[in-house]
Write a protein that binds this ligand. Structure first.
Ligand SMILES: Cc1cc2nc3c(=O)[nH]c(=O)nc-3n(C[C@H](O)[C@H](O)[C@H](O)COP(=O)(O)O)c2cc1C
Length: 326
């Protein structure tokens, strides 16, 4: 089965299918099942920066009630959140042989950065930073959010030695340039892209509702484009594609575009763990049919390095596409 091996962000994987962070990866027993069902690696459910700060701010509303006990309560809540997470890492590492990637969901530079060291000490094989946010202030200076990404990675890198993976949002001006800057700051891999919480509006009730939680195949187009561009421009940093991987063929597309691996979530929610084996079988079959003996032989074959790839990935093709649509 060597033909499925890949490396991502310094981690050696038996195959390129990484189970993306979600509630499904919040239990060591589930993670063992993912391994037994063929996963190449697992990203644990994120420890949310927001979780910690929210719990603290709701507590600060009651600081009068707790009086001198406030600081104690605050530290208690924080240490218990972190303690649960550390136990998840330790237990997943005990049960699983495949790489276990811890995850912190953050949106700003802050004291949560100290947690990175604790996560490394708990035995995580790598740390994924899911840096998501919306900057909507009219005083916003372009590029500030991107600079925040770089600052976060530089600071975390000072604290830990394990690989750092940055999971990007799709709302960035130039993910390729940012990927390059993150590599300079010490990141070993990036994930393109995270899925934002989706809003919808109920026109009858005239109120907001939650949009589609799970992705569909049509979500694949955006990450496919940026993986194709970024993988051609910086060959030193590894990229995992996430978003809209619905079938085994989508894993092949991701690798052809230049990804070293995929992070899959919705397909598992929709089809169960059996999806992993079906995707692996398809990848195996496709490689054999096309006489490839390893993933590295076709990784990036259709990225922006090729003339066709470059033209296809650039905007001008949109014009032709719309002109031809009668
Ligand atoms: C129910 C659910 C929970 C998720 N929780 C997290 C999370 O805690 N941390 C994170 O980085 N991403 C989280 N994600 C995003 C996924 O890891 C993944 O990047 C995204 O859904 C795109 O992949 P997909 O198209 O295969 O679903 C979650 C997604 C879903 C649907």
């Amino acid at each position: 089965m060597n033909i499925l091996k890949t490396s991502f962000a310094g981690l050696e994987l038996e195959n390129p299918i990484i189970i993306a962070s979600s509630s499904r990866t919040n239990s060591a027993e589930n993670n063992l099942a993912f391994q037994m069902d063929g996963a190449g690696a697992i990203v644990l459910k994120s420890l949310f920066e927001e979780n910690i700060t929210l719990q603290e701010s709701s507590l600060s509303d009651s600081s009068d009630q707790f009086g001198e006990g406030y600081d104690y309560m605050r530290n208690y809540i924080r240490s218990h959140n972190v303690e649960d997470y550390i136990n998840l890492i330790k237990k997943s590492k005990e049960l699983c042989k495949i790489p276990i990637i811890a995850s912190i969901n953050c949106y700003s530079y802050g004291e949560w950065i100290d947690f990175a060291k604790t996560i490394e000490e708990a035995g995580a094989d790598a740390l994924e930073l899911n840096i998501m946010g919306i900057r909507s202030s009219l005083q916003y200076k372009y590029g500030e959010f991107e600079q925040e990404h770089v600052r976060i990675v530089s600071e975390v890198r000072k604290n830990i030695k394990i690989p750092i993976i940055v999971k990007l949002g799709a709302n960035l001006t130039n993910p390729a340039a940012l990927t390059d800057a993150l590599y300079g700051a010490g990141a070993n891999g990036v994930v393109m892209f995270n899925r934002m919480y989706q809003n919808d509006i109920d026109v009858n009730k005239m109120e907001y509702t939650t949009g589609h939680v799970l992705s569909t195949e049509s979500d694949l187009a955006t990450p496919l484009r940026w993986v194709g561009i970024a993988s051609a421009l910086n060959k030193k940093i590894d990229i995992a594609l996430s978003g809209g991987v619905a079938k085994g063929d989508d894993v092949i597309k991701a690798i052809l575009a230049g990804a070293s691996a995929v992070e899959v979530c919705s397909a598992i929610y929709k089809n169960g763990n059996a999806w992993i084996a079906s995707a692996i079988n398809r990848l195996y079959e496709w490689e054999e049919n096309n006489n490839y003996e390893s993933i590295s032989e076709f990784k990036g074959k259709l990225n922006a390095d090729s003339t066709e790839g470059f033209e296809r990935l650039m905007r001008i093709q949109f014009l032709k596409y719309f002109e031809n649509k009668k």
